[in-house]
Design a protein around this ligand. Sequence first.
Ligand SMILES: NC(=O)c1ccc[n+]([C@@H]2O[C@H](COP(=O)([O-])OP(=O)(O)OC[C@H]3O[C@@H](n4cnc5c(N)ncnc54)[C@H](OP(=O)(O)O)[C@@H]3O)[C@@H](O)[C@H]2O)c1
Length: 322
Amino acid sequence: MKAIRLQEYGGQLVFTDVPTPTIARDEILVKVKSTAVNHLDLVKASGTARQILPIDLPWIPGHEFSGVIEQIGSDVAACAPGDAVFGTSGMGAYAEYLAVKPTTIARKPSNLSFEEAASVPVASQTAWQGLFTHGHLEKGQTILIHGGAGAVGGYAVQLASHVGAIVMATASGDDAAYLKSLGASRVIDYREAQFEKILQEKVDVVFDLIGGDTQKRSFLVLKEGGHLVSATQPVSPEVAASHRVSGEMMRLAPSGDVLGRIARLLEEGTIRPDVATVYALQDAPQAWKDITGNLPAVHGMSPSGSGAGRRASHGKIVLRVV
Ligand SMILES: NC(=O)c1ccc[n+]([C@@H]2O[C@H](COP(=O)([O-])OP(=O)(O)OC[C@H]3O[C@@H](n4cnc5c(N)ncnc54)[C@H](OP(=O)(O)O)[C@@H]3O)[C@@H](O)[C@H]2O)c1
């Protein structure tokens, strides 16, 4: 089969022939239709975090996919060949076929294309778990979402609004109308203003998708007893305690059950996916250049560096597997 593969840390992505995976008794083989690009793919490939995020080289990137089940292991009963599914995997989705356990997949919503479906699993479940599992967000509470127009942030705004929270977000000014259409009541342009200087009331939850100075300043806007949840970097327990709030870094724990609940919200039109760009699988190197423009600090690369792209719009970058 064809796949995108990395030979060495920091090396080039190569579109090449690799053996088609075989499945264990508790796995399924998915014919991948689309996959999506995550910052995590680039961080792992760079090797900068190899102590905590090691990979076996040569490595096929890709943590999420949509596709059709080709084959099931003898212990698998919950799905069947021919089912259209979407979900997450530990790696390997930048390929024509993928072997995964069915515990992290769900039925593809029938109203979504395969490109749209591939854009959903990582971002939406990160948002869900950030808000509800870690942030304990409830109806009537107020939340500030940093990076609201990003892939995770877009779902966070929609899900928080869906449960009846009052949603504020930081984003570029250009994304204000988009975020209001998703349910944000207030959008603060992070390029023009410092959120802690203009927010008049403190919030119950901060969901931090940016980190650094943004995380530090977030303590100033939290109510006593509030929650700071970061998806980007650890939160100092000492600093959190000194502000009488809780603070933690979350890490996505993929769940077919959560994804199934998200699929129902997508199918009934309560929330919607957002695809920024679709590339062919072999154009993964360009897709990686594009995503570095969103959060250059994460990759240590300048968006104006050689060949680096600039984000055309909000939403997810998807790779179509033909
Ligand atoms: N812990 C986990 O399990 C987990 C899971 C998924 C993602 N993540 C992490 O979560 C972060 C967000 O991921 P993503 O996929 O949503 O990113 P993304 O789609 O690339 O979006 C990043 C967004 O942040 C905006 N932004 C940049 N600087 C900002 C600032 N100072 N204040 C407010 N907004 C700012 C960008 O807007 P402009 O382009 O207009 O500046 C863009 O809309 C990444 O660091 C990713 O690695 C963690």
